[in-house]
Design a protein. Structure first.
Length: 256
């Protein structure tokens, strides 16, 4: 489906439909990518961003990152046609790991733009339902990046993910389901490279929807993991080019 077909389909949705827009591995290319979708900003109820928001050129410069987050990222999020924006960190978001107090103070639950760090919340929707959301930035070890932990530590961290979630935001991807790179790149082994501890957590908790990224070029479609619908939300290629569209989705409330 191309961008215009997507827009035409979404225009047919009921006015009270819950439309979630989500993106990941943006490195602040998201604004340009959104502009590619027929040059318009679409109405939506929630925007979800699954990590790696930091521009690569300043990702380890904490002074510049603080300034950028407050002067550029936050105003951009506030300008989106959403009731609420939730985001988590990723392995390129070093400031989020080193200074969580800064992130939580500047992006609290009470404001339109909220940072979730190994935490959850409830979104009160215009459809009358409450949607339970949880966000975790943690990934399996692959190089020396932020939020990467051993399997034992990941098992403990993921044990905090509650059951009966409507939405689980993760930076990493679960093992065995859509975790094979699809782009021809030198480091593509054409094997499953996902996170086994995350897979076990998904099987245990069975959230309705799981939005992931990190592995840029894996399948962006809906992949079913028992009752969980998993989507890769990265907009970046393996070469850090913004080639994938942000995704738009109407979701259903969690049911046993």
């Amino acid at each position: 489906m191309d961008a215009l077909e997507l827009l035409n389909e979404l225009e047919g949705l009921d006015d009270d439909a819950i439309i979630f827009v989500y993106a990941n591995d943006t490195y602040y290319h998201i604004a340009g990518s959104v502009d590619k979708i027929a040059g318009v900003k679409m109405r939506n109820e929630i925007t979800l961003i699954c990590g790696d928001i930091s521009p690569l050129s300043i990702q380890i410069n904490h002074k510049k990152m603080r300034k950028w987050l407050i002067n550029e990222f936050k105003p951009w999020c506030e300008s989106l046609p959403s009731n609420k924006v939730y985001f988590i960190a990723g392995n390129h978001d070093e400031l989020c790991e080193s200074d969580p107090a800064f992130m939580l103070n500047n992006f609290p639950l009470s404001k339109k733009v909220t940072y979730l760090w190994q935490s959850g919340c409830t979104y009160h929707s215009i459809d009358g339902n409450d949607y339970k959301i949880w966000g975790t930035p943690y990934c399996q070890i692959f190089g020396n990046w932020s939020f990467m932990e051993s399997d034992d530590k990941l098992k403990k961290l993921y044990s905090e993910i509650p059951r009966e979630l409507d939405i689980l935001l993760c930076h990493d991807q679960p093992y065995g389901y859509g975790d094979i790179l699809l782009e021809e790149i030198s480091w593509n082994t054409k094997e499953h490279i996902g996170n086994k501890e995350l897979y076990e957590a998904v099987i245990r908790t069975q959230p309705n929807y799981m939005f992931v990224g990190h592995l840029h070029s894996t399948d962006h479609g809906c992949i079913q993991i028992q009752k969980t619908k998993r989507y890769n939300t990265s907009i970046m290629s393996e070469r850090y080019e913004p080639i994938y569209f942000p995704q738009y989705l109407e979701i259903k409330k969690y049911k046993e």
